[in-house]
Design a protein around this ligand. Sequence first.
Ligand SMILES: [Cu+2]
Length: 667
Amino acid sequence: MNELVPKSAGEDDGAVSVRNDLEEQSPRDEKKRRFVAWLRVLLMVTVPVLVLAFGLQQLVKSHGLGSLTQCVSSNFAKKSESSNDDSWRLDTNKNYTMDVDYWLRQTKPRERHYYMNVTTFVEESPDGIRRNLTVVNGQYPGPLLEANAGDTLFIHVDNQMEHEPVTIHCHGLFFNNNNSFHDGAAYINQCPIPPKANYTYKIELDDRQYGTYWYHSHFGAQYADGLFGPLVIHSSEEYRAMNSSYDKDIVVLVNDYYHDMASNYLPDYLGPANENTEPDPDNGLIQGQNRFDYVASTYLVPNGGNSSDVSYAPVNVSVIDLDPNSTYRLRLINAGFFLTFEFEIDSHDLEIVEADGTLVTPITVDSLAVSLAERYSFILKPRDDKKDLKNYWMQARFNQFCAKVENTNFNPDVRAIVSYSKHEDPSDLQVPDSRWQYGGGDVVCNEFDQSLLHTANVTSVPRTANGSTLPDVRFDVDVSFLIKANQLTRGYLNDQTFENYKNGSTMYQLAFAADNNTIKNLDVKDLLTNNDHQYMLNINERGTIVDIVINNYDDGNHPFHLHGHKFWVLAIGKTGFFDQKYYTDDSGVMNFENPVLRDTVNIPGFGWGVLRFVADSPGVWPFHCHIGWHMESGLMMQFNILQDEYSNWDNYPLKWYQQCQYWQNQL
Ligand SMILES: [Cu+2]
């Protein structure tokens, strides 16, 4: 039986302490469940009446700018009866433009509530080809979440899907030492939100964290289908540190894009005799939109579909409106599933000022390569005189050499128009041909050279107590894809491939059965454990300086991401292997002064990298390649940090606990 608290039965239904063991919880739970059952009946009677009475009017609370509140569930019901109706398309010119002054005026921390109704939305067409999407609030792409540093962010997720669970992960957030159970990684630090259930993430934002982030589903391959969007944390401190160098602020969201649901590609990809040949995208999008030149005779219908089922109507590129008299900060996000892209805007220089929420010493480039899940802010510097500014191509050129893309549908030339001319009809815009020579046709698969990025205003990376350049713990991890039993190819970190934990989530077990679980009991002090397919690096001492030394034995590049932390990119090697002598010699291979501090970085094919982080945030944190296909293939592990602390917390949300019980009862 479903033991979950029904929708709307109370947002914050109390907290659970792990000091009580599971048995001691039961009577309290039982009492609560009975109350909840009563509430459920009450709601079943009253809600339909209310809904009728209000004529489907949305009762959405508005806080802050409330930008999510305009677009709620009444969009879902309508379907193909209105093929010209593109209200499903998020108005990114409006939604992704931030009000710089508003956020600077906010001086006191406050709550920011956002409401996400998750549905599988039937057949809309960001690039002209109709397909199913899984979306937030009936729109694509996902809406912007905004807060100030120090605010408390509430994300109220209502999973309205009939059959699919969901989670929402806020990529790059710290979770402030005390609430990593809200990180949203399915089966790791959360049990997924079941179909037709809801969940509220309460994230107390660190007052030292600001910049450009994003959110996405962390359940299976779901985010490829549309469950993602930008997340920006404003800060007057950051603004001052940037010398107030902009007056307009816009998110540019870029993603590679498939013409079918990710789940339809997975059986082939993960099936026998497929040696890690990833599904290739069909297109890429900027602000959720791009052209696709459909030719019926040559179009490859994905996954053996029927060509007579293909529905297409031409779509234009998106137009980003700019004011010639303003200075813009653009926040660029690679929210894709697979590929790196090279980004440029004709006749503009890009002054990079931020990488993954870290201010960097400004550096000016014509273009830059952005790996999956990375973010950059830059100040936009037009080369033409202000009075001559008109229309220009913005381009995100997907690097198909990296991935050996063979899909003949694939359009790697992803564009939008940057327009300074107030226009009526986008199709009338005159845009000069681009003269950009994409990478000079470079067949190398590297991202932007990380050694050119320097964290602003620092003089040293964290060091151990004795001041040495060596870490407290060095963790070497080898990356490979191996064919093992039944001709199945899987991703391996050292010799371990990740599989979803079957009995709730690992954090649930490690916290609530700290002395009696099948993964890692509290008294086990091993640095590495591997039980129940849960490969873990265990750090038990707060403040431990950890270096992750990654050697990539695979020919493909892998953008690695660590949840809940930022790491210092001490070195990236394009060839060969890491050598211990780099710690102490004068080769300058490693930077211990001012390397970039970020949460995602690309490890080149047959290359290596050394990443340093300080283990100071208790939780079970995924460390993984962000290529969605590779995650599904097992290129993921967990960093179990300060289990003795989080297994004593008393603030686990009741619903977090109950949703794990729900899944256990399904076993
Ligand atoms: Cu990968």
